[in-house]
Every structure is written in structure tokens, then in C-alpha cells.
Design a protein around this ligand. Structure first.
Ligand code: ATP
Length: 368
């Protein structure tokens, strides 16, 4: 049966078993990944995990040591950048300082030998598209960082490439401009339907922009999934810890439960044998507060009694540090809404019962 008859979109970009070595060091270890046409994919991971190396291999700027890359059914594995079909935007805007904004955008188009009037019309259209219709005659230095990055984006999409590659395009900008441009890039990508890969180490950026996130660590893919899959069901402890925040406890598995300190909590069914040492994790915002002693049976309700050691006001919520006999010396960090804190009159030193919902407890092998 063909992909078409199954109504499955064939991969537009197919990365198969890609390795990259720098001397003895392997920056990419057997990376395989399919990206569909029109998808917005983020490569996310800590510094040095290999995301830029992978992007550069896709662009042909640094060839992979092993493995293949296909784009639109064409094997581009060993093609030079000029023979591949993509536009790229780097962190540093990389505009030509001595050319006007219009000439910067037209740069790639001029190589295509199109008629001058057509190029000018396209530049006007692109300037409008990135929200800078009046800036064509200025020079890069006369624009703000955010504006320069929009021009870099216009230049990258000028020749209507099949693939748009974005290498940390927002990280040189200040927080407000960054958030604003995030929306603009996403809008533009949707409008154009261009398959896009963005490298970022900013989890919020990836969560808010990507259709799918590829989480990388030490040259391997830890997880590929939609933002909600990655956040809600992190496949590994690394993902749980890197994206969002997680309390982590050394724990022991038992039948559909997990023991942390002296307490036992129900959790989703797992495959660990009774007594297996595991790590139990829970996100601070998944912990539910109840008035102290308001729930009769702690074990059945997945609750423990705690004392609030510290409360930190973080604008839209309270971050609390909690301690309880059942947890021994462990600290539990929990985030509570302003309303919950008010309703329960939470104060440092106050007592509280907290619930760790079974479906929110994440269980991972220890030492992985
Ligand atoms: P960052 O966010 O810091 O850019 P990254 O995830 O993009 O990190 P890469 O730039 O892909 O990471 O680098 C992956 C690993 O490969 C790093 O350990 C880096 O030091 C190494 N590396 C990258 N380029 C080279 C090179 N030209 N020579 C030797 N090692 C390199």
C-alpha cells in the first residue's frame, strides 16, 4: 500500500541515520527524523546538544559524517548549499550593511535573473509581509534588531524556498520584541505554509511556536512530539526536567503505586517490579492544595500533610516550598494560583494538605 492510499503525508524532509563526528567526538549519533510538508518543527535542547550541527547538515553548510538527507524526494546529502532549496536566518541578522534594505531582500532574487520590475514588485510585497513597507531605502544600521531580523526573514523567503531554516533567530533580541516576533514568524509560516525548522534553546519559544518539538541531548533525540505531548508526557527524566520544571524524588515502585519517603501514592499503571528503585517526578503546578486536614484518608486520596516553609510571589502565581514528615528531608515545590492561596489563607509556616494526582505522577528508571 502506498503512503497516498493510506492518506498519510509522505515526509518532505527525511533525515536517516545521520552521524556527525568532530575528530573523536560525536556531535550527532544516529539521528533519524521525518518532517512533513508545511510543518513547523523546533530542535530544542541545551547548549552543545547538537541542534545547530543538525541544522547545518540539513543546510549543507557542514556535511554529516554518515547518513542521508532527502528533501522533497531528492537526495541532497552531499549537495552544496547552493544546490539545495532553502532560506536561512541566523541569530546575527547577517544583513549586508552597505546595501539598502530593499537590495538586501532582493539579493537572492537577483541571482535568479528575473526581470527588474518583477524583483521590485516582490521586494515591495515582502516588505509589506514583514510589516515594514516604508523601510526599503534605509540601511540595516538604521533599523532596530527586531526590524533587521524581519528583513533577514524576508530575504530568506524571497525566493519561495521549500524549506525555511531558522537558527536561534530571536535570541539576540530583547524579551518584548522576541515575544512579538514569535507570533509574527508563526503567522507568516502559517500563511506561507513553508516547512520550517527552528533551532532554539528556549523551551517557551518551542512550546509556543512548534507543531512538533525534537528534544535533543548529547547528540541524540530524547523525544519527538507535539508541545502538549512533550510537556504532559515527557518520555525521559531529561525531558521532564528540561521542559518545564519537575520535583524529583528517589522512590520505589510497587503495584500501580510509588513510594516516596514514608508515603505511597497511586500512579498510572507501570511495568516496574515491586521494589524497583525509580525516580518519581511531578510538576509544581500539578500539585493541588487543600485546607489542612480537610481530607480524611491521606493514602486513598494521594495526599500528604505539609508545612509551608517559603512562599514566593511570582506575579501570576505563588511558588511555595513545602516540607512534610512523610517526605523526610525532601522539599516539594508547588505553584498555587493567587485565588487558591487567598481561599486557603496560605502563609509561610502554615499547614496544608497537598494532593499529588495519580495521573500527574511521572515515573522514570533510576540512573538513566
Ligand atoms: P548551542 O545552543 O550552544 O549552539 P548546539 O546544541 O547548537 O549548542 P552544536 O553547535 O551543534 O550545539 O554543537 C554540538 C557539539 O559539537 C558541541 O559539543 C560542540 O562543541 C561540538 N562542535 C560543534 N562544531 C564543532 C567544530 N567545528 N569542531 C569541533 N567541535 C564542534
Amino acid at each position: 500500500m502506498t503512503a497516498a492510499s493510506l492518506n498519510v503525508k509522505p515526509a518532505y524532509l527525511k533525515i536517516a541515520n545521520v552521524w556527525k563526528a568532530f575528530g573523536d567526538f560525536h556531535a550527532l549519533k544516529d539521528i533519524s527524523l521525518d518532517i512533513s510538508e508545511g510543518e513547523f518543527v523546533c530542535f530544542l535542547g541545551p547548549s552543545g546538544c547538537g541542534k545547530t550541527t543538525l541544522l547545518r547538515a540539513i543546510a549543507g553548510l557542514d556535511l554529516q559524517t554518515r547518513g542521508s538527507i532527502q528533501q522533497g524526494g531528492r537526495d541532497v546529502s552531499t549537495l552544496p548549499p547552493s544546490q539545495r532549496d532553502y532560506g536561512i536566518v541566523f541569530q546575527s541578522y547577517a544583513l549586508f550593511p552597505n546595501l539598502t534594505i530593499a537590495r538586501n531582500i532582493a539579493f537572492g532574487l537577483e541571482n535568479t535573473k528575473r526581470p527588474r520590475a518583477e524583483i521590485e514588485a516582490r521586494v515591495t510585497e515582502l516588505l509589506k509581509l514583514v510589516g515594514l513597507p516604508e523601510q526599503g531605502n534605509k540601511y540595516p544600521a538604521q533599523l532596530s534588531g527586531g526590524q533587521q531580523q524581519r528583513i533577514a526573514l524576508a530575504r530568506a523567503i524571497a525566493i519561495s524556498p521549500g524549506l525555511l531554516l531558522l537558527d536561534e533567530p530571536l535570541s539576540a533580541l530583547d524579551a518584548k520584541v522576541r515575544t512579538h516576533l514569535r507570533h509574527e514568524i508563526k503567522e507568516l509560516q502559517r500563511k506561507l505554509g513553508v516547512t520550517t525548522i527552528m533551532v532554539t534553546h528556549d523551551q517557551e519559544e518551542a512550546l509556543s511556536m512548534a507543531d512538533r518539538i525534537v528534544v535533543m541531548n548529547h547528540g541524540v533525540i530524547e523525544q519527538i512530539g507535539t508541545p502538549t505531548e512533550i510537556y504532559r508526557h515527557p518520555a525521559t527524566l531529561f525531558v521532564a526536567d528540561f521542559i518545564g520544571e519537575a520535583n524529583k524524588f528517589e522512590a520505589r515502585a510497587s503495584n500501580n503505586a510509588v513510594g516516596i519517603g514514608a508515603a505511597s501514592f497511586h500512579c498510572e499503571p507501570h511495568d516496574y517490579d515491586d521494589g524497583t528503585p525509580v525516580i518519581a517526578a511531578i510538576r509544581p503546578e500539578d500539585i493541588i492544595p487543600h485546607a489542612s486536614g480537610s481530607l480524611a484518608n491521606g493514602a486513598a486520596a494521594n495526599t500528604i500533610d505539609v508545612t509551608i516553609s517559603e512562599m514566593e510571589f511570582l506575579g501570576s502565581f505563588w511558588r511555595t516550598r513545602l516540607h512534610g514528615h512523610a517526605l523526610g528531608n525532601e522539599t516539594l515545590i508547588a505553584d498555587f494560583s493567587i485565588n487558591a492561596a487567598r481561599r486557603l489563607s496560605l502563609v509561610p509556616g502554615g499547614e496544608l494538605t497537598v494532593e499529588l494526582p495519580a495521573e500527574r505522577l511521572l515515573i522514570y528508571p533510576r540512573g538513566a
